[in-house]
Design a protein around this ligand. Structure first.
Ligand SMILES: [Zn+2]
Length: 130
């Protein structure tokens, strides 16, 4: 069993989300990813490498934000804090950073000023002009 300090609750968008159950310091491991490794992405997987997608029971509740508070450290299969997080905050990560091509693209409503709108994966994020 994982020793988790996260809880699944209903968020403001009335969806299930993952919430911090203690304070986390920037860089701290929030939880380790565990589960079946798949070759193809599904709605619930998190991409670890080109042909590795992990189907984690908690990871599926980690919602997307264009201005997230966690990131996936793929090499160590861990979710880490991108900044200090207080107990009770909803956890999120930027799907575009990890996923090359999202299995189920969606319109983002994270309401961040940095919001990119449609989330489809890094394949569709255009590189900056040079
Ligand atoms: Zn957004």
């Amino acid at each position: 069993m994982r020793n988790n300090f996260v809880v699944v609750k209903i968020n403001k968008q009335k969806q299930k989300g993952l919430f911090a159950d203690k304070d986390f310091k920037k860089g701290e491991v929030i939880f380790s990813l565990e589960g079946e490794i798949l070759k193809e992405p599904t709605k619930y997987t998190i991409q670890l490498s080109r042909e590795k997608h992990i189907d984690d029971a908690l990871g599926q509740y980690l919602n997307h934000s264009c201005d997230p508070n966690t990131y996936i450290s793929a090499g160590e299969k861990a979710v880490r804090a991108l900044r200090d997080i207080s107990k009770g905050e909803e956890l999120s990560f930027d799907y575009n950073l990890n996923e090359y091509e999202i299995a189920t693209p969606f319109k983002c409503r994270c309401s961040s000023p940095k919001c990119r709108g449609e989330i489809r994966g890094s394949k569709y994020t255009l590189p900056p002009p040079c």
